[in-house]
Structures are given as structure tokens and as C-alpha cells.
Design a protein around this ligand. Structure first.
Ligand code: PEP
Ligand code: MN
Length: 444
């Protein structure tokens, strides 16, 4: 691994989806400040996650990656963070218990503040302003002041991420994630739904098993705490570069703003600045692959991003859409496997299934999400390869952003509680429903 290129060198290569700041001196001061701030994660933790993803790529574990499409500063509250953690713990316990496989828990949180957009601007009632690019860049309010690209926000990203991660670490090691809490993770709202009752029945079985274990004197540490990792799309070069540090143990660069970082569908150009940057860091990394990706693209990305073929280093996160997964995925998996390339295959069944509802809301059909996940499992089963995990956009709140599912939310119902600032998320009931369905597929 050669030395990390400078920010200037990366910009010279050409980076897509970057903010346009109007005050270079202010930006430089922010980057200098970021470089002095402590790491949010340790390189050793990143290596630990890499080893776990390697296990997932061999079918010995399953990766569950979930959280908001875009975090916001106002929502970085204790309640929100707890609710997000809670739904991921519930999903994980469903997968672990129903499929008897260790689940690697990775949040799309504590850093998921920058968004690639398909258009640079947005027009409302004849007024055109810069598009919202995530709280890391500008504000969601539709005013010229709010939509201005403000470098100070990068420092806010750091501080919001630090407080979220601190809380997550406290929850996951301080008793909240204790398996004996498995019932309390189920709220009143969820308990009254069919899937909530399914969950309660499973939780009761887990309780009995725990009581038995305790009676025979077994009470391992794993019952009381969980390992939880953070992840985000590493999009903004200034932030990600400033948060890249040389690890004193290995003398290699790590992005210490999150355990796992990924390259988005819009920035995965082989000769682009993002792929170049990612090729120099030692974290476990993801790379999205959409329907336009060819098998040769996948091979070239793997050669550049993981030249030593290190297990667990590279995760391909496929997001084809329910209609294309069964035809589009096999050629990629076949060729990558035939070449002996070591990757973990993860299904993002969200981003290929987004559409605009008749009342203007950006939404997805729960049935499409489920169908893409099932298609993903079918493809791997047919090829004898390993489905290593799923990535979801979800929330711990009872929002109404995705239609369908057991609650049969319809387009009209979207208006009831639509809170996402970018993409629609599975609510708690839908998240649990998906987890039970995935568990069934994993068991097959
Ligand atoms: C995302 O994960 O929110 C996202 C923007 O995905 P993609 O890069 O696959 O479009
Ligand atoms: Mn999204």
C-alpha cells in the first residue's frame, strides 16, 4: 500500500459529487482543525470487523447493515439513537436465533451525513436553489442561506458522530444490549402487530434458553454486550481525508471516522478520486454495484481496491432492483468467483426500488424490497456462492415512508409520518418483517 495521496492530488484526479465552497480559507481552516481531532474509531476495531466480514463471506456469519439514508443533526438525539439501535438489535436477534448464524451489526450511523444527488439544483414554485446534499454540506430548508455549502458543517459532522458513537458504545456495553432485555426491545406498538407477536414468541424461547444456561452455570460475556460497528458513505474528500490517520501498529492509513466506509454508485469510477482514495485506506470497505456494472467493472474495482485479495477487505453491495437482480447479478458473481476474487456479497434491496408515488413522495414497495432480497438468495443458491449480508435503510420509529408490508401502508398513508430528508426507510414493523423473511431464507 503506497502512501496516501494529498487532498490536492485527489482533487486533481477529479472527484464527483463534491460541494462547491465559496471560501477556500474557511475550508482550509476546518480541514486543519479536523486533522487535530481524536479518532472516532480505532484501527484495531476496523481490523476486527474485517475479520468478521471475511467470516461472512465464507458463510460463517451474516452482515446486517442498517440505519438512515441520511442522518441529520437535529435527529442525533438520545431517543433516536436508542430507537435505531433497538430495531437493529431486534433484527439481529431474529436472524441469529431463527437462522443460527452470528450476526455482524453495522449501523449506517455516526457519520452518514453526506448525500450524492442526481441533480445539483432543486426548483420549487419557480425558485431554483442548490440541492440538499446532506447536513454535512448544507441545510434542508429551502432558502438561499440554508442551501449554501458551508464548510463549518464538517466540524458539526465530527461532533455529532462522536456523540452518537459514544452513546452507542454505552448502550451496547452498558446493559441495554443484554440478551435478557430481548422483550423490552419490543415496544407496545410492535407487540400488537402480527410480526410483533411472532417476535414475542421467539423472545420467550430465548428467555427459556437463557434461564437454562444460567441454571447450569453458563453466563458468558456475549449475553451481556454486543459488538456494534459504524459505517457511512465516504463521499466528501475533505472530511474523509482529514479523518485518515496512520495507525501506529501497522503504519497504514485508516479512515478513523467510521469502522466501515463505502463507495456509492455515483462515485465508483475506476479512475476517479474516490476509488483512488479508498485504495489507500486499510478499513473494510464497501462498493455499491448497480445495474450498469459489468463483470469486468467488478473485477477491475476488486483489482484496484483489494490487490492482495485480502478476505473481508472488500464488500460488493449490489442494488439492482427487484426486476433485475435475477438476471443482472449472476454474470457478476460467476466471473468474480471464477477469477478467485475474494469479496463479500451484500444485498442493498433499497436503492434499485425507489420511485415517486402519485402524491409526490419518494417511496419503495416493501414487496419489491423483499423480492430483491429473495432474488439475491436465489442467485447465490443457484451458483453455490455465499449471500453474506443485507443493507437496509430503516429507522427505529414508526414512520410511513415505504408502502406495503403487513400494515399495508398505501400511498395516501405516506403523508401520515414521512420524515426522511432523502430516501424512504423501513419502519420498525417492516424491519422486523424483513428480518423474519431473511432468516427463513438463510435457513434454507
Ligand atoms: C445510499 O446508500 O444512500 C445511496 C445513495 O446508495 P447508492 O450509492 O447505491 O445510490
Ligand atoms: Mn439512500
Amino acid at each position: 500500500m503506497s502512501t496516501l495521496p494529498s487532498l490536492e492530488q485527489l482533487h486533481a484526479i477529479g472527484a464527483k459529487q463534491q460541494p462547491t465552497y465559496d471560501d477556500p480559507a474557511a475550508l482550509a481552516a476546518v480541514v486543519d482543525r479536523l486533522r487535530t481531532l481524536p479518532p472516532l474509531v480505532f484501527a484495531g476495531e476496523c481490523d476486527e470487523l474485517k475479520a468478521k466480514i471475511a467470516a461472512a463471506s465464507r458463510g460463517e456469519a451474516f452482515l446486517l447493515q442498517g440505519g438512515d439514508c441520511a442522518e441529520t443533526f437535529v435527529d442525533a438525539t438520545a431517543d433516536n439513537t436508542r430507537n435505531k439501535l433497538r430495531v437493529l438489535l431486534q433484527m439481529a436477534v431474529v436472524l441469529t436465533y431463527a437462522a443460527s448464524v452470528p450476526v455482524i451489526k453495522v449501523g449506517r450511523l455516526a457519520g452518514q451525513y453526506a448525500k450524492p444527488r442526481s441533480s445539483d439544483s432543486e426548483t420549487r414554485d419557480g425558485v431554483t436553489l442548490p440541492a440538499y446534499r446532506g447536513d454535512a454540506v448544507n441545510g434542508f430548508d429551502f432558502t438561499p442561506e440554508s442551501r449554501r455549502h458551508d464548510p463549518q458543517r464538517l466540524l458539526d459532522v465530527y461532533h455529532a458522530s462522536a456523540s452518537t458513537l459514544n452513546l452507542v458504545r454505552a448502550f451496547t456495553t452498558g446493559g441495554y444490549a443484554d440478551l435478557r432485555q430481548v422483550h423490552t426491545w419490543n415496544s407496545e406498538f410492535v407487540r400488537n402487530s402480527p410480526v410483533g407477536q411472532h417476535y414475542e414468541a421467539m423472545a420467550a424461547e430465548i428467555d427459556r434458553a437463557l434461564t437454562f444456561m444460567k441454571a447450569i452455570g453458563a453466563d458468558p460475556d456475549e449475553f451481556h454486550r454486543v459488538d456494534f460497528y459504524s459505517s457511512h458513505e465516504a463521499l466528501l474528500l475533505e472530511y474523509e481525508h482529514a479523518m485518515t490517520r496512520i495507525d501506529s501498529r501497522t503504519e497504514k492509513p485508516y479512515n478513523v471516522s467510521g469502522h466501515m466506509v463505502w463507495i456509492g454508485e455515483r462515485t465508483r469510477q475506476l479512475d476517479g478520486a474516490h476509488v483512488e482514495y479508498f485504495s489507500h485506506i486499510s478499513n473494510p470497505i464497501g462498493c455499491k454495484l448497480g445495474p450498469t456494472a459489468t463483470a469486468d467493472d467488478a473485477l477491475a474495482l476488486a483489482a484496484k481496491l483489494n490487490p492482495t485479495n485480502e478476505p473481508g477487505r472488500l464488500t460488493f453491495i449490489t442494488r439492482f432492483g427487484a426486476g433485475r437482480i435475477r438476471d443482472g447479478l449472476p454474470p457478476l458473481v460467476e466471473k468474480v468467483t471464477a477469477e478467485g476474487v475474494d469479496v463479500a456479497w451484500v444485498s442493498d434491496a433499497m436503492h434499485g426500488n425507489t420511485f415517486e408515488a402519485s402524491n409526490g413522495y419518494k417511496t419503495r414497495r416493501f414487496e419489491d424490497v423483499l423480492d430483491e432480497v429473495i432474488g439475491f438468495f436465489e442467485v447465490h443458491r443457484a451458483l453455490g456462492t455465499v449471500p453474506a449480508g443485507i443493507l437496509v435503510e430503516n429507522t427505529g420509529d414508526d414512520v410511513t415512508e415505504i408502502i406495503g408490508g403487513g400494515e399495508q401502508l398505501d400511498e395516501l398513508g405516506l403523508a401520515h409520518r414521512y420524515e426522511s430528508v432523502v430516501d424512504p426507510r423501513l419502519n420498525r414493523v417492516q424491519s422486523l418483517e424483513l428480518a423474519f423473511q431473511v432468516a427463513e431464507n438463510l435457513r434454507k
